[in-house]
Design a protein around this ligand. Structure first.
Ligand code: ATP
Length: 261
């Protein structure tokens, strides 16, 4: 099944406009460019294929033509949101997690920016910010979701196991319907993004809670039981000696002892 997204018009959603592309380098790069040119809050840029899709720290995000969702939402943060920019990545992950739960998938959030089903990555979020004179002029909320089975890259290209909506559900879903659902959740949760309840909802959806995990990529790997989040959205681990550790978002990777990596 290959449903085209090129006619997605976003009717009924609070979008400023939709730019649907057959192919692009990166929808985040396009959105940042549009932000620089003054595009308003709520522009949606989506692509059937990304040739230079990116993850965090310039890692590659694979989007195969016609198989996935790859989109970026351009947002102009309010003054209050500017003080809490770290919440936008959480907003994206929570919106996707909720949309997948509506499809009856047991989706969970892998801190800080991925969504998992059955312990496998189904979605990645990348938020990038346009700065000017020390102020965030725009936030670009980039979302990549593996929808059809063919969207999943070969295992040798991955650092973490991956899956797709079709593989997890056992049947295909219409990409446009899923896109609409994710956007609906993004706009609804944005209203509550600055409330403490937002982190509570996020924490309730967190993968590996209570399990032993390893955080790699810092000076030394940290091993501990994943307790949840603190009030700033940082990860809380309980170490073997009973003390706790706070892990900040950065170039660190969360691993379990189950995925064998
Ligand atoms: P990790 O997932 O390894 O903990 P990360 O959260 O930093 O790290 P991202 O920056 O979100 O990862 O995404 C980039 C990584 O995702 C790539 O290094 C690759 O391993 C993996 N990846 C790339 N494309 C896909 C895809 N379509 N589906 C699942 N995983 C992908």
């Amino acid at each position: 099944m290959s449903d085209s997204l090129l006619t997605f018009d976003g009717s009924g959603l609070p979008l400023a406009g939709v730019r649907a592309l057959a192919q692009t380098g990166s929808t985040n790069a396009d959105a940042l460019m549009m932000a620089q040119l003054g595009a308003a809050d709520g522009w949606l840029i989506l692509a059937e294929e990304q040739t230079q899709g990116r993850g965090r720290f310039e890692r590659r995000w694979v989007t195969r033509a016609g198989t996935a969702l790859a989109f970026s939402l351009l947002l102009r943060p309010t003054e209050a949101e500017q003080a809490q920019l770290g919440r936008f990545v959480a907003l994206g992950a929570l919106a996707v997690q909720r949309a997948l739960v509506e499809l009856r998938l047991a989706a969970q959030i892998k801190w800080p920016n991925d969504v998992l089903v059955d312990g496998r990555k189904i979605c990645g979020i990348l938020v990038e910010t346009l700065w000017q004179d020390g102020q965030a002029q725009a936030v670009v909320l980039g979302v990549g979701v593996n929808v059809l089975a063919e969207s999943v890259p070969p295992a040798e290209e991955l650092q973490f196991p991956a899956t797709s909506v079709e593989d997890s559900l056992g049947q295909p879903v219409e990409r446009a319907a899923l896109l609409r659902s994710i956007l609906t959740h993004i706009f609804a949760w944005r209203e509550r993004m600055l409330e403490q309840g937002f982190w509570n909802a996020w924490q309730d959806s967190l993968a590996f809670r209570g399990q032993w995990v390893r955080v790699e990529g810092g000076q030394q790997p940290i091993v501990g039981a994943l307790e949840g989040l603190n009030a700033d959205g940082n990860l809380l681990l309980r170490l073997e000696d009973g003390s706790s550790a706070v892990v900040m978002v950065g170039d660190v990777h969360l691993r379990t002892f189950l995925d064998g990596r």
